[in-house]
Design a protein around this ligand. Sequence first.
Ligand code: BES
Ligand code: MN
Length: 451
Amino acid sequence: MTDHLRTLFEFLRFPSVSTDSTRADAVRDCAAWLDRKLKQIGLKSEIHQTPGHPVVVARNGERLVGRPTVLIYGHYDVQPEDPIDLWHSDPFEPELRDGIIYARGATDNKGQLLAHVLGVAETIEQEGELPVNLIFLFEGEEEVGSPNLENFLREHATELACDVVAVSDTGMVGPGVPTFTYGLRGISCLEVDIVGPSADLHSGVWGGAVANPASVIARLAASLHDAQGRVAIPGFYDRVTPLEDWERQAWADLPWTDEETLQHTGASALVGEPGFSELERRWARPTAEINGIGSGYQGEGSKTIIPARAHLKISFRLVPEQDPAEILDLAEAHLRAQHHEGVTLSIERGHSGSAYLMDPHCGWGKAAQLALAETFSGTEPALIREGGSIPIVQTFKDVLGADTLLLGLALPDCQIHAPNENFPVENFEAGIRLNRSLLRCLADGFGDAAR
Ligand code: BES
Ligand code: MN
């Protein structure tokens, strides 16, 4: 096993699940490991406590004029391993099978984060110094919506000031297809609780005379979409801006087919908003999704009750110009406007983050695409948006005034957030080379085109 892999395996062994409070120690230990690693490679690194999980910041000495300041962001927290039964190996004991690393966080985001770190380490080792002023910013709360990072950015805005941000936490169109992502969807979340009778009731004795919370929640859930698959919340699309012609054309030309989406998802047919292609629906159109719904008896056989309560978890994926808070206002108004006698409805808002969109043809974008092409044998990078969210990316723009270059290395079958998450060694090694090229291309571009 190579040193690179040994280091990644150490990193992957921390069960740094940010949403699980019983794992807070593992998250902390993982931050401490990262801090040690960054010091070992010659950077000045510090762990910063927050009201949640720690942030690790490292840099290469003093800022020098005449070279760009590049902030590289990543997250060392991971999603829960749940459902554990479906894993073929222990999610926190990484395994290498046929050139592929299996572990929770292998792709999202430990493998991609460490590729940044090892690329920097090799540049320092071989060249003695970096061609840029580098800031590493690694957080432990991305998977729970980065609740403390915006404050952290505002408090440390001077130290974190930079010309451009780079992040490897998105995907590639396919193996060996270098991919530059210039847009992300935003997100906002909502939970609905319906309370009916004071306890579960015998559905024969009382049924017919009192409201059933499960029926109410089903109606509310169904009211989110019309029969064509458009979101039915009044005002939801008001601020949505159209796609540009060049991007519709570029995406139509990508080596990706509807058939592949069927294969990767196991779905039997594609559904969605009329008038848009499958990629447009996922990357550039807003959606409402039910992430969880629950009420009543779920065990074996039947149990004749009227459940006392019901719950619904909803998230919206948003596109540029949609305001996450405004979308929650509209959603809440839409849900409250439906009067259901005999139950009480309460709504709790969850985390949210704005969508992100940049011009891929700007100077920094071109410099990053050059690095991608260099890394992947001269292949011209695909220019895409992604449907997933990295809420802090728009906050970088708002607080630091810097655009983010999204240089993802995840493949469509890396199973992020799912059992058997995996990362090909090939992508990990490409990521290390990519980071070396990237710093050079950004330094070369500084001062002329890339300003
Ligand atoms: N790395 C993902 C986001 C991603 C995945 C972007 C694939 C593009 C392609 C990130 O770690 C993630 O999962 N984000 C969450 C954010 C949420 C919890 C606020 C998401 O998108 O659900
Ligand atoms: Mn994730």
